[in-house]
Design a protein around this ligand. Structure first.
Ligand code: 13P
Length: 243
């Protein structure tokens, strides 16, 4: 299974910064890792130009669940695909928390992404309170069951486990907790659908060059979803090379 490293640039970077970062990553990307860059939507097209001819793919950070219409400020899956995206991040905890996205909405968006021919990167993860209350595994299990619609398979769907409390804090989950959650998530998705047996599961949450090698070496970790460290070409490339 080829490992996958995804850079989620979130709501960062000017046009010039985005173009320079994409160009630097495209020039130096290791050939044996699949890499996807997810810039802010407004920079998808100029970033696509930088990635043209390289092995680095383009992804969106969200899409709407309906195909087109009166949805001011939203972006349809087909529009992302038309801009050059092969992937889209869905159900990120920042979307769930800041925009009230439910598992059902995420599932509808996943279907829209598939209809547009894209791979959905479906994010799940527990809060600090849920973990402290002993509810990490059931929380993620419920999110997975609710967010993965019929039609998901290992080709069109990737799961990303991102514990909310580890995002942007500098404190990644422990190796034991990551391994336990990835093993659980693997069982949940294969029980959910035969076609998800062996689905790639990424870890996200304070992945840095310093901790990427040991996280990515864990059984059941098939790559990383990287936020802050994806904004610095050398750091992101170091993580991609650590796979
Ligand atoms: P950080 O790598 O900044 O913790 O962000 C993780 C994330 O949310 C990626 O989607």
């Amino acid at each position: 299974m080829t490992p996958l490293v995804v850079g989620n640039w979130k709501m960062n970077l000017t046009a010039g910064e985005a173009i320079r970062l994409a160009g630097a990553i495209a020039r130096e990307a290791p050939a044996d890792t699949e890499i996807v860059l997810c810039p802010p939507a407004v920079w998808l097209v100029p970033v696509a130009s930088q990635l043209a001819g390289s092995a680095v793919a383009l992804g969106g950070q969200d899409c709407h669940q309906v195909g087109q219409g009166a949805h001011t400020g939203d972006i349809a899956a087909r529009q992302l695909a038309d801009a050059g995206c092969s992937h889209v991040i869905l159900g990120h905890s920042e979307r769930r928390a800041n925009h009230g996205e439910t598992d059902a909405q995420v599932a509808a968006k996943v279907s829209a992404a598939h209809d547009a021919g894209m791979v959905a990167i479906v994010c799940v993860g527990e809060t600090a309170d849920q973990r402290a209350g002993g509810d990490a595994l059931p929380t993620v299990e419920t999110q997975l069951r609710g967010s993965l619609p019929a039609g998901c398979d290992t080709g069109n769907t990737v799961v990303a486990y991102e514990p909310v409390w580890a995002i942007g804090t500098g404190a990644a989950a422990s190796l034991d907790d990551i391994a336990a959650m990835h093993s659980h998530a693997g069982s949940v998705v294969s029980a959910h659908s035969d076609r998800l047996a062996g689905c790639r599961i990424l870890y996200g949450g304070s992945v840095k060059p310093e901790n990427s090698r040991e996280i990515l070496a864990l059984d059941g970790v098939n790559g990383a979803l990287v936020g802050g460290a994806s904004l610095v070409a050398e750091d992101f490339l170091a993580i991609a090379r650590a796979v």
